[in-house]
Design a protein around this ligand. Structure first.
Ligand code: ZN
Length: 449
């Protein structure tokens, strides 16, 4: 048994039922679980390790609900810089066909280190390309080494160009093989227990790269094993046009027709989700991963997040793949989500605290978890600390919590995941970041040529 006490936080943001923000806040952790939360005076003054949070805002670890970590190898590719989604994909598919298992492992570590430093403690990753012997196991192994809580989504593409899909034929897989491998991954890696560090998600890539059959079979497989479902939906107007042309349905109607609604389902983007789709998602508890930066980068549009939240749709945030962001700064994503709703729907469309709530409680709901996203007794010990003495916050300490979202995003000084200190004094403790970045850059150069 080991105990960890974090105390003297300038503000401790709980995201508990009362949304308490505690001045001179403290949190007492035993092993991987939060045991007590309160003021420093109320909590024990002894522990195996004590971290002084003076001058810091302490938050529940942020939750990233959509990513493609392998894309960290192909950021800012010149030919894909100034195009919309479908052309962007057509430029990148041929490069991604050169991915190898060491590239998956290296890019996952890079992406996770970047996320961890930016306040993220739980991430999903949607890996949908498996050339040259790549496996989702490569990502899972990397996550275990670095210590991030991980929802590994077994993506897939099965409809190539010759069948009317978008990806080149050589990148698609056989549908029976996809389902077999997904089942193997669930049986090998999925942990259904509270405080689980590894969960498997069933995740065909998108309506324009898999068949309705695979969508339906995936839903049956997931429900048979009580695991979640994830895909891309209604990302931009071309995506909607494809759905109307191929299936004679809106994306939301298509999702419903394949069994892809419910509290165990979340869809990335939903920029073009129509009012009927929003009502459907609210009624069924279907979640959305909102990816503000990616939507801006690809000029996909402004997702109607305000309307989704008002209707009761669970909404989390996602940095999306690093080829369409091209950063993976989770606190930065919170800021962009707030700003983008204001661009679309006015200055009161989203407050700083509402944006932070999407990145914590919202993300937990979307991932179908009730053990992360808040600092409260019985929750997983995922805690991050931001130092408010940094230059970017100077003059904003009248409201330190809002300052985190309004001001230029910074990196954490401390991150604790599942009770383990994975960032200390702003440095990753579980990997040598210099080595990780050097290897990543070498493999990126090899891949892009
Ligand atoms: Zn995506």
């Amino acid at each position: 048994m080991s105990t960890l006490l974090i105390r003297h936080a300038r503000v401790l943001v709980t995201m508990d039922a009362a949304r308490r923000e505690i001045g001179d806040g403290a949190i007492f952790i035993r092993n991987n679980v939060i045991e007590q939360v309160g003021t420093s005076a109320e909590l024990p003054d002894q522990a195996d390790e004590i971290i002084d949070a003076t001058g810091h805002v302490v938050l529940p670890g942020l939750i990233n609900t959509h990513h493609h970590m392998f894309q960290s190898l192909t950021r800012a590719i010149p030919a894909a810089q100034d195009v919309e989604l479908f052309d962007w994909l057509r430029h990148l598919y041929p490069i991604w066909s050169g991915l190898t298992p060491p590239m998956i492992e290296a890019s996952t570590q890079t992406a996770m280190a970047e996320l961890m430093l930016s306040g993220c403690t739980t991430s999903s990753d949607h890996l949908y390309i498996y050339p040259n012997g790549c496996r989702l196991d490569d990502s899972i192994e990397a996550a275990r080494q670095i210590g991030m809580r991980f929802h590994a989504a077994r993506g897939a593409m099965s409809v190539g160009e010759s069948q009317g899909g978008l990806p080149p034929d050589r990148l698609v897989e056989d549908e029976a093989a996809i389902l077999r491998d997904t089942q193997r991954l669930i049986e090998t890696h999925h942990d259904a227990c509270r405080h689980a560090m590894t969960r498997i998600v069933v995740a065909p890539c998108s309506p324009f790269s898999v068949s309705p059959d695979l969508m339906r079979e995936s839903a049956l497989l997931a429900r048979g094993h009580h695991v979640s479902l994830h895909t891309h939906l209604a990302e931009n107007s071309n995506d909607v046009a494809y759905s109307r042309e191929k299936f004679n349905m809106t994306p939301a109607q298509y999702a419903e027709s394949c069994g892809w609604v419910g509290p165990d389902v979340w869809h990335a983007h939903c920029v073009q989700l129509d009012p009927k789709g929003i009502a459907l998602f609210a009624r069924t508890g279907t979640g959305v991963a909102h990816c503000a930066c990616s939507n801006m980068r690809l000029a996909s549009g402004i997702a109607p997040v305000r309307a989704m939240l008002d209707a009761g749709v669970p909404v989390g945030l996602g940095v999306d793949g690093s080829a369409s962001n091209d950063g993976a700064h989770m606190l930065g994503e919170v800021r962009q989500a707030m700003l983008l709703q204001r661009v679309g729907f006015g200055p009161t469309a989203m407050t700083a605290r509402q944006a932070l709530e999407m990145a914590t409680l919202g993300g937990a709901k979307v991932l179908n978890r009730d053990d992360i996203g808040a600092l409260a007794p019985g929750m997983s010990a995922d805690v991050v600390m931001f130092d408010m003495a940094q230059i970017g916050y100077a003059g904003a300490l009248h409201d330190p919590v809002a300052a985190l979202v309004f001001c230029t995003p910074t990196t954490v000084s401390v991150s604790v995941i599942n009770g383990r200190v994975v960032v200390r004094e702003g440095q990753c403790t579980t990997v040598d970041l210099g080595v990780v970045v050097e290897r990543h850059n070498r493999l990126a150069a090899e891949l892009v040529g």
